[in-house]
Design a protein around this ligand. Structure first.
Ligand SMILES: [Zn+2]
Ligand SMILES: [Zn+2]
Length: 374
């Protein structure tokens, strides 16, 4: 079940070393494997030994644009084993298998009361670190989990669920939030543009609401993978005109909603065109600030809405945990490449340059030397 190549380690008896390996971001497009100190923990905190950390598009964006100061250790889709507990921690003990969120809102401020949690100042503080400016830290061997994350953002992994499956809780949460934002009604048709791992998760979650889901991608390989998750209304954008095909499937009207699960701005206009008057378009991967071309009359005259959703919602935390841990969706199957931590630079490079056959890329600190990249 996808753990081939991992070195077997007894998770309950383990001494924490003083140094560890980590993929350190040193500036724009510059990530190096380095030896760094194992982070120290304080009162109410946990030290988690990383087993699996998913590579996320937002990590790649930060690395490729150099938008953040260096040095940092990224990686926030982290699952692992509690290696040490700080004073005062009662809910966790050494050896517990956990996944950790890296952002948790305060619950008190203006933005929290308005349920726009991602804009909360506390939420913007990163609560997991492997050293330097806190940035997730999952691309390393050990992560320090700060007290507010231990209280509200650390989730136990059931025995029968793998670390790989569990590392999808955060991305699933962000996808659930996006689907919620679209307010799909039963029987509506939604077009999901882009069938990378996030596009597939969004599509499955949309279908779960009762919507008719149409998926499109330039890589037929991805549509084939999507079909194994029940996404059978596919449009091969390398051979077909997506707009025409969507209209054909919707009595000429266009989809009720469209989700853009591909970065860049060139597909915003086509996504709006593929949507019926009064429809909604969700921008899910447009994380780089800039300008884009839209037809303003599509918003004014055709009454189409442009919506956005970013990051996770604490209100959907339980549902996303349930969805992942119950294995309602076999998310592990979205992983195409597993890299040991020693090859993390290569892992980030592959994830930044997706190939037709590459889907989710994960880094497995649990396997330092072995590992496979099927
Ligand atoms: Zn992420
Ligand atoms: Zn707040």
């Amino acid at each position: 079940m996808g753990i081939a190549g991992q070195v077997a380690i007894d998770d309950t008896r383990h001494t924490v070393p003083t140094t560890m390996l980590a993929a350190v971001y040193r500036g724009k497009n510059d990530v190096r494997l380095e030896t760094v100190p194992v982070p120290e923990i304080g009162v109410g905190e946990l030290l988690v030994r990383v087993r699996t950390c998913g590579v996320c598009g937002t990590d790649l964006k930060k690395i490729s644009t150099g938008s953040h100061s260096a040095p940092r250790i990224f990686g926030h889709e982290t699952s692992g084993v509690v290696a040490a507990v700080g004073r005062g921690v009662r809910d966790f003990k050494e050896g517990d298998r956990v996944m950790v969120f890296h952002h948790i809102p305060c619950g008190q401020c203006f933005y929290c009361h308005n349920k726009t949690f991602a804009q909360c100042e506390t939420y913007k503080k990163v609560g997991c670190t492997a050293g330097f400016e806190p940035s997730g830290g999952g691309f390393s061997q050990y992560v320090r989990v700060m007290d507010w994350i231990v209280k509200k953002g650390t989730v136990r992994i059931p025995d029968d669920v793998s670390f790989e499956q569990a590392c999808f809780v955060e991305p699933v949460n962000t996808c659930l939030k996006g689907i919620e934002t679209l307010r799909l009604r039963d029987g509506e048709t939604v077009l999901v543009i882009g069938q990378g791992p996030i596009g597939i998760i969004l599509s499955v979650l949309a279908k779960r609401t009762g919507a008719n889901v149409i998926t499109s991608d330039l890589y037929p390989q991805r549509l084939t993978i999507g079909s194994t998750f029940g996404l059978v209304n596919t449009i091969d954008a390398s051979r077909m005109n997506v707009l025409e095909k969507v209209r054909e499937l919707t009595q000429g009207r266009g989809a009720d909603a469209a989700i853009l699960a591909v970065g860049g701005n060139s597909l915003i206009r086509p996504a709006m065109d593929a949507t019926r008057p009064g429809g909604r378009v969700l921008l899910f991967a447009q994380t780089v600030r800039g300008e884009a071309t839209i037809d303003p009359s599509a918003v004014c005259v055709d009454e189409k809405s442009l919506l956005g959703s970013y990051s996770a919602s604490v209100e959907l935390q339980e549902e996303s945990v349930r969805f992942v841990m119950s294995r309602e969706m076999d998310l592990e199957r979205l992983i195409s490449h597993r890299f040991p931590l020693t090859r993390s630079v290569e892992a980030l490079d592959l994830a930044a340059h997706p190939q037709p056959d590459s889907m989710k890329v994960v880094i497995q600190a649990g396997s330092l030397l072995e590992g496979n990249t099927e």
